[in-house]
Design a protein around this ligand. Structure first.
Ligand SMILES: Nc1ncnc2c1ncn2[C@@H]1O[C@H](COP(=O)(O)OP(=O)(O)O)[C@@H](O)[C@H]1O
Ligand SMILES: [Mg+2]
Length: 255
């Protein structure tokens, strides 16, 4: 069954068609990558799927349910998490606290109650702390738990972000350029982490510029160009696709 099914999705900004009549689906358990030159519409596509911006036309179904009219927090509650192109962690908080924020988005007492330290939240707070540490172990940086997030390397900050996105227990994880700003060693680590997350049963939709990362870990690739879907195939065939080579590598070699 398709976990995510996008049909004829469009979004324009004024006269500009940022996303134009795009359809594809994402089968449970796979890693699908969305690639394309700068301005192709990748981030806009993510924002549409997550409900961060309204669509102009089309439908989006998640776990069989129409979500195109839902608000972003409602979509998140159904089991969809995302990370952002620019790392969005709280720099003054510790790595552990950053992950705990992700847990609170789903906890009963909620984030505000936890911040106010209401008595009924104490037990839940302990449980969240334990779970958050487990997640830091999963992304292989448990030693950073008490470090201020701003003091961590880029690679570690990405890992914190991943752990926080996983804290809500998503069935679908959307990653917007997770390798941006990482060196080759950190990128290799990230590839391993993403594959590990997939093996835990989380389906992944990935926007990424780093072609070796995309080719290494993706099961399927969608190529966008000027808001349109140019191709959709397995990595080996995308690499051979003339139109893709011309459009994508033509003006994006230095990205
Ligand atoms: N909020 C916005 N207002 C106006 N134009 C936008 C907005 N967001 C994106 N765009 C435009 O839509 C196109 C696609 O952008 P984007 O989705 O960010 O591409 P990508 O992530 O593939 O680089 C670009 O031409 C961009 O300038
Ligand atoms: Mg983008």
């Amino acid at each position: 069954m398709a976990l995510l099914e996008i049909k004829n999705l469009s979004r324009s900004f004024g006269g500009l068609q940022a996303v134009s009549d795009i359809s594809f689906s994402l089968v449970e358990g796979m890693i699908k990558a969305v690639i394309g030159p700068n301005g192709a519409g990748k981030t806009t596509l993510f924002n549409l799927i997550c409900g961060n911006i309204p669509l102009s036309a089309g439908t989006i179904r998640f776990q069989g349910q129409h979500i195109e009219r839902l608000k972003s927090h409602q979509i998140a509650a159904l089991g969809m998490s995302r990370t952002f192109q620019n790392i969005k962690i709280f720099p003054g908080m510790t790595a552990l606290e950053n992950v705990m924020v992700g847990c609170h988005t789903r906890s009963r007492a909620g984030f505000i109650a936890a911040m106010l330290r209401l008595p009924q939240t104490f037990r839940e707070e302990r449980e969240i702390r334990r779970r958050s540490l487990e997640l830091l172990e999963l992304v292989e940086i448990p030693q950073t738990a008490d470090c201020e997030a701003a003091s961590l390397s880029f690679g570690q900050q990405r890992a914190v972000e991943l752990a926080r996105a996983l804290a809500a227990g998503p069935s679908l994880l959307l990653l917007d350029e997770p390798a941006a700003g990482l060196n080759i060693y950190e990128t290799a680590e990230l590839a391993r982490l993403i594959t590990k997350i997939k093996e835990l049963g989380v389906t992944i939709l990935l926007v990424e510029h780093d072609m070796s990362l995309v080719m290494d870990i993706s099961d399927e690739i969608v190529v966008l160009d000027f808001g349109r879907k140019l191709a959709e195939d397995i990595p080996a065939r995308i690499q051979q696709n003339r139109a893709v080579i011309q459009v994508y590598l033509g003006d994006d070699e230095d990205a």
